[in-house]
Design a protein around this ligand. Structure first.
Ligand SMILES: Cc1ncc(COP(=O)(O)O)c(C=O)c1O
Length: 368
């Protein structure tokens, strides 16, 4: 008997319900104590001084970019093999995305291609720890130092991951986590900026709250700002979820292990590769088809057997809207273009059963 498979599913229980109900009972729904507590917990978790809760991962990235005093036309290196928000926040600020290729094993950005594409106008690297696998931080930190570049960490997919024993979020000038319900932990919608930099934290906090100063009056706006505020229900949910994140991560690692075992004998694909120096925080489980397969056909055939899947990622430099925006580097992304035609995210969440994993593996085997 086959059970219904979903691509992702948040794990919610009575702790979460009680936490949100307590906020409602308190009557204080915004800019209150839960947000502060969540920010402090997340900063401690990521090993940094500051956390600034905001309304989404995109908002977190946007505010980090704005806090760096970049000028229109400045170049920012960014992978194309990412979620659109990593690139869009650069376009919001009229910065020039310079697309860099990825490494064929982890799909993270390739330091060698970064070196090739650095120019005198390059001011920053938008690093993405893709699918929860940490980027090659030693190389990135060395390049940033050598060329005097900012490092923004889009770690929206990598909460809890570690690089050489240190948690992701503490490596760049600032990092952004995201809490949409498909993530390892959720606040419904939400995001947070984590940083050791006092100035970035203060600017981001002000810009998220309409440019108000920390002690200022409600109608005094010290700078141009947004309404990117987090809310108390989301913060309370975040606190309850963060307390269980280690358990969630262990469950996800267990599911990944079951997939790894079930797919070992399936010809025509490569399961995910995890480098020895990292601890993966499994966001999605993405396989790579061998060359020659038509991904859309494979996904359609799996769907006929009741198995949903997604073509993660569709490269950003090939997205329809990008023709309206200047960019550089999109003409030399051979690995990105090859990989992105062949990657498939399989159903993946904390509570997928062994039977469901077998069902997915069997459907893949039949199809390939
Ligand atoms: C790599 C990456 N960056 C940014 C985001 C944006 O996060 P949000 O959807 O919370 O705005 C996401 C999540 O969807 C993501 O996966």
């Amino acid at each position: 008997m086959h059970t219904t498979l979903s691509m992702s599913s948040a794990e919610l229980d009575e702790h979460d319900i009680d936490a949100v109900m307590a906020v409602l009972a308190s009557g204080r729904l915004a800019l209150g104590p839960y947000m502060r507590e969540f920010e402090e917990m997340m900063a401690a978790f990521a090993g940094v001084k500051h956390g600034v809760g905001v309304s989404s991962g995109t908002a977190a990235l946007h505010l980090i970019v704005r806090s760096l005093d970049l000028q229109p036309g400045d170049e920012v290196l960014v992978p194309s093999f990412t979620f659109a928000a990593s690139v869009n926040v650069l376009l919001f600020e009229r910065l020039l995305p310079v697309f860099v290729d990825i490494e064929p094993d982890t799909f993270n950005l390739d330091p060698a291609d970064i070196e090739r594409k650095i120019s005198p106008k390059t001011k920053a690297i938008m690093v993405v720890d893709v699918f929860g696998h940490p980027a090659p931080w030693d190389e990135l930190l060395a390049l940033a130092k050598q060329h005097n570049l900012h490092l923004i960490d889009d770690c929206c997919e990598a909460i809890g991951a570690e690089y050489k024993g240190k948690r992701i979020g503490q490596f760049g000038d600032a990092g952004a986590f995201a809490f949409y319900p498909n993530k390892q932990m959720t606040t419904g919608e939400g995001g947070i900026i984590v940083t050791d930099d006092d100035r970035i934290a203060e600017l981001c906090r002000s810009m998220a709250n309409q440019g108000r100063g920390q002690m200022g009056a409600w109608l005094v706006h010290e700078r141009l700002g947004f309404n990117y505020r987090f809310n108390e229900m989301a913060a309370a949910l975040g606190i309850a979820q963060l307390k269980r994140l280690e358990t969630f991560m262990a469950k996800r690692a267990h599911v990944a292990g079951m997939y790894q075992a079930a797919l070992a004998g399936v010809e025509g694909l490569r399961p995910p590769i995890v480098r020895s120096e990292v601890k993966m925080s499994w966001f999605v489980y993405v396989i790579l088809l061998n060359e020659g397969y038509d991904r859309d056909q494979v996904m359609a055939a799996m769907q006929e057997q009741g198995v949903p899947s997604r073509g993660y990622f569709a490269p950003i430099h090939l997205q329809p809207y990008m023709k309206d925006y200047p960019s550089r580097g999109g003409d030399s992304l051979p690995i990105t273009e090859s990989v992105a035609q062949r990657t498939i995210a399989l159903p993946f969440h904390n509570n997928i059963t062994e039977g469901q994993v077998d069902q997915v593996a069997e459907a893949l085997k039949q199809t390939l």
